[in-house]
Design a protein around this ligand. Structure first.
Ligand code: DQA
Length: 149
C-alpha cells in the first residue's frame, strides 16, 4: 500500500511547542517511528509537512496523481475552519484518517469542531503521537476490507 502522512501548520515545531499538550517528541522522531512500522509492513510512504493551506491542498491533489491508497492527515488548526481542505480530501476520494495529538473534543470550544472530519473515514484524537500509528492501522484495516468487497 502507498500511504502518505501529511501534517499541517505549526507541527514542524513539535518538541518545543506547548509540550504539556503536544509532547516532547519532534516531528522527525515521530515520523521515524512510523517509518519503521511502514517499512516493516512493506508499505510505500511519504512524509509531508507544510504551514500553508495551498501547499497542503496541492499535496492532497498530488496524492491522486500518485495513486496513493490512503492518507493520515493532521490538518492542525486548519481542522477547524478550512473548507478548502475538506473539499480537497473529498475531491481526491482517497481514504483519509484525521489525526490529532491532543484530545480536541476536551479542549477550547473552537477546537471541538472539525470541518475536515466529514470528508474522512474517521478521526483519531487524544493519543499523542501514537495517534499517527493508529491512523495507519485504521487505514490498513479499511483498505483490506474494501479489497474483500
Ligand atoms: C492539533 C489540534 C489543533 O486544534 C491545533 O490547532 C494543532 C494541533 C493536534 O494535533 O492536537 O495545531 O491538530
Amino acid at each position: 500500500m502507498k500511504i502518505w502522512i501529511i501534517n499541517g501548520p505549526n507541527l514542524n515545531l513539535l518538541g518545543t511547542r506547548e509540550p504539556d499538550i503536544y509532547g516532547h517528541e519532534t516531528l522527525d522522531t515521530i515520523n521515524r517511528r512510523i517509518q519503521t512500522y511502514l517499512i516493516d509492513k512493506k508499505h510505500m510512504y511519504e512524509f509531508y509537512q507544510s504551514n500553508s493551506e495551498g501547499a497542503l491542498i496541492d499535496k492532497i491533489q498530488e496524492a491522486r496523481e500518485e495513486n496513493v491508497d490512503g492518507i493520515v492527515f493532521n490538518p492542525a488548526a486548519y481542522t477547524h475552519y478550512s473548507y478548502a481542505l475538506h473539499d480537497a480530501v473529498k475531491a481526491v476520494s482517497i481514504p483519509t484518517v484525521e489525526v490529532h495529538l491532543s484530545a480536541i473534543h476536551s479542549r477550547e470550544a473552537f477546537r471541538k469542531e472539525s470541518v475536515i472530519a466529514p470528508a474522512c473515514i474517521g478521526q483519531v484524537s487524544g493519543f499523542g503521537s501514537n495517534g499517527y500509528l493508529l491512523g495507519v492501522q485504521a487505514l490498513e484495516h479499511h483498505l483490506s476490507e474494501e479489497k474483500q468487497k
